[in-house]
Ligand binder design. Structure first.
Ligand code: FES
Length: 164
């Protein structure tokens, strides 16, 4: 292992000793499964293992929207864009969340509190439009309600975050 290499990434790479380039996606999937995202360092190490420039690794990873490049926030928001939620107004909801948190889908706020993911139907169409925060559903939302919910989580975090 060379200086600066990440033990857990190297462990995963050892499971792919053949270093074939067609293993790039399975390797990235394995790293994300363990770390929940792909760090720049992990992509450098994958590139070294497969003898690919990091720009190529990054280019392939960004092509697939299954990959994340930032660690998830403490509160992970899944905003449903399924049909029922779309009809119920998920678009203005998404715009509100992005603007309020100042992030795009797939990103994490700078303070690490929230991350946002846009998902297909999460199986609660009767509650549309719906978001889930760490698996807890918030139903029949509109922009005002979603702001209140986000502010509530942020306030809770400020008051109790350090005690958890
Ligand atoms: S469409 Fe949103 S929960 Fe089904």
């Amino acid at each position: 292992m060379y200086p600066g290499a990440t033990a857990s990434v190297q462990e995963i790479l050892q499971q792919f000793p053949q270093a074939r380039r067609d293993l790039l996606i399975p390797i990235l999937q394995a790293i994300q499964e363990r770390h929940q995202f792909l760090s720049r360092q992990s992509m450098i190490e994958v590139g070294q293992h497969l003898k690919l420039p990091v720009s190529k690794v990054y280019g392939v990873a960004t092509f697939y929207n299954q990959f994340k490049f930032q660690p998830p926030g403490k509160y992970h928001i899944q905003l449903c864009r399924g049909t029922a939620c779309h009809v119920g107004g998920s678009s203005p909801l998404l715009e509100t969340v992005k603007k309020h948190l100042r992030i795009e889908a797939g990103e994490t706020t700078r303070d690490g509190i929230f991350s946002l993911e846009v998902v297909a139907c999460i199986g609660a169409c009767g509650l549309a439009p719906v978001i889930s925060i760490n698996g807890e559903f918030h139903a029949k939302l509109n922009p005002e309600k979603v702001i209140r919910i986000l502010d509530y989580y942020r306030k809770m975090e400020k008051e109790h975050g350090n005690r958890q």
